[in-house]
Design a protein around this ligand. Structure first.
Ligand code: C2E
Ligand code: SIN
Ligand code: SIN
Ligand code: FE
Ligand code: FE
Length: 391
């Protein structure tokens, strides 16, 4: 539409305070229930447009990786991208200051190419950068053309849109984080798959069994189904740091030298570093488990030499699950142990390597553990498992 004198459409009125509250309550409720970034952007733009009675409103976000600004105009369909510093949005984002102009055609920062193509007449523009919780600028609100008879935005509009911008900065950050973490998670799971395929023979079935063992140990300890389930999802990543260990060490068919074992120990820290930056509960748990699954109850473990309950319960549980599986499986460096020998080790190490309560849970849940072991047994033929061992 245009704002020319012959425009048949009547001017609109500014919102009354009651209408303003209604718009804010309506949209914030909708936005809070929305998880998809694209939909959130559209809702925020619509909220801003109604608040300041603009013809158009856009919420722009910075894509730092690509050096671009992007937005979505209609429901999730089309993403628009412009170079980082371009136009009035770019200027507002670079300077960190709002831009407030009555007629864009008298401002050289405005790029009117688009108007020439579409016949739209951009006149009043209000652009407000917004920040995340750390105070970094992550995007900008831009409202175009005021639909009241003033035809320009007022100081009050600036305040209203700033309010929307402040709210949006904080909400968008968590939505973007969510998106980013989903991506990270997919990547990690994908990487896990790859390791299972190629890097380490032990990984594929080992991680599946450790997951199930951890789940049953958690239940045996009286943890909730929800927590047991979290542990089952997080524990498969306990050895993810082994991606960084050279094949010569990982696949050495012999005992490791002292230096090699020192190198091997870093798989705990590496796994932790890969996952610790996530705020997601699952990856947080996985990071802790990666870091602590080789700690020992008596303080003689690694990497930190934590003792007793200094070790997170998830770490103590995964330690039992991991060793139970490692002992019962053939490794390149050792054959599988028989069940009696494994149980004897857990008895001896109760209160030394392992949390006594977790060992008790292990004994209690042994039938379930053995069922998992049979179900998820390795089909690899080049290791002769003791048949008695697998009953
Ligand atoms: P992994 O094979 O998954 O073993 C996990 C843990 O199970 C070991 O942690 C250890 O606590 C226990 N475990 C495994 N095999 C035995 C065993 O024969 N006897 C006893 N008493 N415990 C056993 P640890 O020792 O910190 O080792 C971490 C990882 O380092 C192992 O994971 C494995 O990938 C590697 N590794 C350890 N020792 C050797 C070795 O002599 N040769 C090779 N090639 N790799 C080794
Ligand atoms: C736009 O309005 O679509 C971006 C360009 C500008 O801010 O001038
Ligand atoms: C294991 O379960 O870790 C042993 C797998 C194999 O050596 O084939
Ligand atoms: Fe490990
Ligand atoms: Fe392991």
């Amino acid at each position: 539409m245009s704002l020319d004198a012959d425009d048949p459409r009547p001017y609109k009125e500014d919102l009354t305070p009651e209408q303003m509250l209604e718009v804010i309550f309506d949209y914030t409720a909708k936005i809070a229930g929305e998880k998809k970034l694209q939909n959130v952007l559209v809702l925020m733009a619509n909220m801003g447009r109604e608040m300041v009675v603009a013809d158009r409103c856009t919420v722009w976000l910075i894509d730092a990786l690509r050096g671009e600004l992007f937005t979505v105009v209609a429901h999730g369909v089309e993403e628009i991208r412009i170079p980082y510093g371009s136009g009035l949005v770019g200027a507002a984002i670079c300077s960190g200051e709002p831009i407030f102009i009555d007629d864009a055609y008298f401002d050289e920062r405005h790029n009117s190419d688009n108007d020439r193509k579409t016949g739209y007449r951009t006149k009043a523009i209000m652009t407000i950068p917004f920040r995340n919780n750390e105070g970094e600028i992550i995007g900008a609100y831009q409202a175009i053309n005021k639909l009241t008879n003033a035809e320009v935005f007022s100081k009050q509009d600036l305040e209203y849109l700033s309010l929307a911008a402040a709210y949006s900065g904080k909400s968008l950050e968590s939505v973007m984080l969510n998106d980013e973490i989903m991506e990270t998670q997919k990547e990690i799971i994908f990487t896990m798959g790859e390791i299972g395929e190629s890097r380490s023979q032990e990984t594929g079935h080992h991680v599946r069994r450790v997951a199930q063992y951890s789940y049953f140990l958690a239940l045996g300890l009286g943890l909730s189904e929800r927590e047991a389930d979290l542990l089952r999802s997080a524990s498969p990543m306990h050895d993810i740091g082994k991606v960084a260990i050279p094949d010569a060490i990982l696949h050495k068919p012999d005992k490791l030298t002292v230096e090699e074992f020192e190198h091997m120990k870093t798989h705990t820290l590496i796994g932790y570093q890969l996952m610790r930056n996530s705020r997601r509960e699952l990856l947080q748990a996985a990071a802790t488990i990666a870091l602590q699954h080789h700690e020992k109850w008596d303080g003689s473990g690694y990497p930190q030499g934590l003792k007793g309950e200094e070790i997170h319960l998830y770490g103590r549980i995964t330690a039992v699950a991991d060793v139970f599986d490692a002992l019962g499986s053939a490794r390149v460096y050792k054959p599988a142990w028989e069940l009696e020998r494994i149980i004897r080790l857990f008895d001896e190490e109760r209160g030394r390597h392992f949390d006594p309560r977790v060992v008790d849970a292990f004994m209690k849940m042994l039938p379930q553990m053995l069922e998992v072991r049979d179900r998820e047994a390795d089909v690899s033929s080049d290791h002769a498992h003791n048949p008695a061992d697998f009953g």
